[in-house]
Design a protein around this ligand. Structure first.
Ligand SMILES: Cc1cc2nc3c(=O)[nH]c(=O)nc-3n(C[C@H](O)[C@H](O)[C@H](O)COP(=O)(O)O)c2cc1C
Length: 202
């Protein structure tokens, strides 16, 4: 079959993208509002960008009414955030924090996610996350307008907290020990426990 993306509704285009661009890593992003209230939400349109300078991106889209999500509102007010990575053990808590709460209500409190203080940014991090990147906002690029339009958030990575037990013999994180989850289409997920190696040609 062939699909003409220029003729698809945003919702249908999303469904096809979300079930073909897989697996997607999950950025579990903590922010704070202007008056200091923490917020936590998952985003699977997430990637590293470059290492010079160390930069990542994730993409909150507008809600169905065309409004900005709390994460975007918070970063516009306080341009700092933490990208926490999600292990299999944290999957259910992560999923719970995708609930839409009134602006200012904390998913940390509501869903019992233990927080730890960050060092270089004001938003707290998820204490149990295998890896947490403290980031300062680099730039927001807006794409489209209205429902499902995007705010691409680029963050400069300032620091990372890495749990010691995820490190392999070479001193770097081991994918199996990280046991991160990846988003597939619909409500499905995979883990980084299933992996294989390839030696890259010169
Ligand atoms: C695994 C997962 C991945 C998600 N990825 C995205 C995403 O990439 N972009 C987005 O806008 N919403 C995504 N969502 C939905 C948001 O988490 C949800 O809209 C949340 O309520 C936003 O929270 P906020 O208003 O506190 O920022 C995802 C939800 C889940 C469970």
């Amino acid at each position: 079959m062939r699909l003409d993306f220029t003729a698809l509704s945003p919702r249908t285009a999303y469904q096809w993208m979300a079930s073909t661009i897989v697996p997607r890593p999950i950025a579990w992003v903590s922010t704070i509002s202007a008056d200091g209230r923490p917020n936590l939400a998952p985003f699977s349109f997430f990637q590293g960008v470059c290492a010079h300078p160390p930069t990542l991106l994730f993409v909150p889209v507008n809600n169905r009414q065309g409004g900005k999500k709390d994460t975007v509102r918070n970063i516009e007010a306080v341009p700092e955030f933490v990208v926490n990575l999600v292990s299999h053990a944290l999957a259910e808590q992560m999923n719970a924090t995708a609930a839409q709460l009134p602006h200012g209500d904390s998913e940390f409190e509501r869903f019992g996610v233990a927080a730890a203080a960050s060092e270089q940014v004001r938003p707290p991090r998820v204490a149990a996350a295998p890896v947490a990147f403290e980031c300062r906002l680099h730039q927001i690029v807006n794409i489209g307008e209205g429902p499902l339009a995007a705010h691409v958030i680029f963050g400069r990575i300032l620091a990372a907290h890495v749990r010691d037990d995820v490190l392999g013999a070479d001193g770097l994180p081991d994918a199996g020990r990280l046991d991160l989850i990846g988003r597939l289409g619909g409500e499905d997920y995979t883990t980084t426990r299933d992996h294989f190696s390839l030696v890259r040609p010169d």
